[in-house]
Design a protein around this ligand. Structure first.
Ligand code: ATP
Ligand code: MG
Ligand code: FE
Length: 338
């Protein structure tokens, strides 16, 4: 099927044209980072307004890049949730109106299902696999038995890993979003001997906690008599990232073994992290587990990722009605398979 996919759950407006849930004909992302950077985080009302401004030209752009006409489309898929409700509503309302005008089906897709299945845009990963969904709002481990078949194994009990990256970057005066800048600083591999705790690593479950790690960084900053210089900032960033990566990789490997799974898919914005990728690739070598990452463009928020599950559902005759509504809170386990 030839689908238009739309994403507007947070601070990226994105539109894509995808054929048969695999072939990405266009994938356009309009980031609002500059708009929110001055506030040090996403301002929901500003996000909604910006989505509204850009969604029309963005869709036009996506169709042009794919060299198709609206009449060629066979369906519209859109992020239904979770996310900021006002932001989601822009995409959902647009998708419904667009599909109605073209007399084609519309389907609301789960944002995290999009992140997890994004890997299938570039390579075929067989089910079942373990998914580590690690992003601005999620740090969750799922057993994935197919599209629409997710079993939650563990999750963060407080902050998400991406959120911790953003908060630590803010403490260090590195701006927003924090992940990419900490990643860059940490690439020097110099932690200056600083060691931050690895919360819940020894616990016999698959949950995570990142709020304590963030406090540990703050406490460390308080022990310094002056504001950290460039070198110290780099070392703190490196020590923090190493601690996060340690916990994420070790818990994911352990969960995969416990579930007898020999494939791990890492998904979401934090899956862009080069330290995380490197560590997983090292661990992979000494085990029979294979680790899969989407390309960075499909890890961060994008619309193409929604078309993998979206195409499957629509091809099986499952679509939403025009009463489709945005849901800000929607656990992935509640997604229904066909
Ligand atoms: P969710 O997907 O849970 O709804 P979200 O959509 O806001 O949340 P994403 O866009 O998937 O989250 O990911 C954004 C997060 O990823 C931010 O917290 C950002 O700091 C983090 N991130 C992006 N690049 C990197 C990187 N290279 N290293 C670490 N974190 C990163
Ligand atoms: Mg974002
Ligand atoms: Fe996301």
């Amino acid at each position: 099927m030839l689908l238009l996919a739309l994403e507007s759950s947070c601070d990226e407006t994105a539109a894509a044209v995808v054929k048969d849930g695999r072939h990405v004909l266009s994938n356009i992302i309009s980031s609002q980072v500059d708009l929110h950077a001055v506030y040090g985080g996403v301002v929901p009302e500003l996000a909604s307004r910006r989505h509204l401004e850009v969604i029309n030209p963005l869709v036009e752009d996506a169709l042009n890049k794919a060299q198709i006409q609206p009449q060629d489309l066979q369906g519209v898929v859109v992020t239904r949730g979770p996310g900021l409700v006002g932001a989601l509503l822009v995409g959902v309302s647009f998708a419904k109106a667009y599909a109605y005008a073209l007399n084609i089906p519309v389907l609301g897709v789960h944002h995290i299902e999009g992140h997890i299945q994004a890997v299938q845009l570039e390579q075929k990963v067989e089910y079942p696999f373990l998914a580590l969904a690690v992003s601005g709002g999620h740090t969750h481990l799922y057993r994935v038995d197919g599209i629409g078949r997710y079993q939650l194994l563990g999750r963060t009990v407080d902050d998400a890993a991406g959120e911790a990256f953003d908060k630590v970057a803010k403490m260090l005066g590195l701006g927003y979003p924090g992940g990419p800048v900490i990643d860059k600083l940490a690439a020097t591999d110099d932690d200056g001997g600083i060691v931050f705790p690895r919360p819940m690593l020894k616990k016999d479950n698959f949950n995570f906690s990142f709020s304590g790690m963030k406090t540990a960084v703050l406490n460390y900053l308080h022990t310094l008599e002056v504001a950290p210089d460039e070198v110290t900032t780099r070392q703190i960033a490196c020590a923090f990232q190493t601690a996060v990566v340690d916990v994420l990789t070790q818990k994911a490997m352990r969960a995969a073994k416990a579930e007898n799974l020999n494939r791990i898919v890492v998904a979401g914005g934090v899956a862009c992290n080069s330290g995380l990728r490197k560590k997983f690739l090292t661990l992979e070598k000494s085990s029979d587990i294979r680790v899969y990452f989407p390309s960075p463009i499909f890890c961060a928020d994008n619309a193409a990722m929604l078309a993998v599950a979206g195409d499957y559902y629509l091809a099986h005759g499952s679509f939403s009605g025009l009463d489709l509504n945005a849901v800000s809170n929607w656990p992935l386990e509640q997604v229904k398979s066909i």
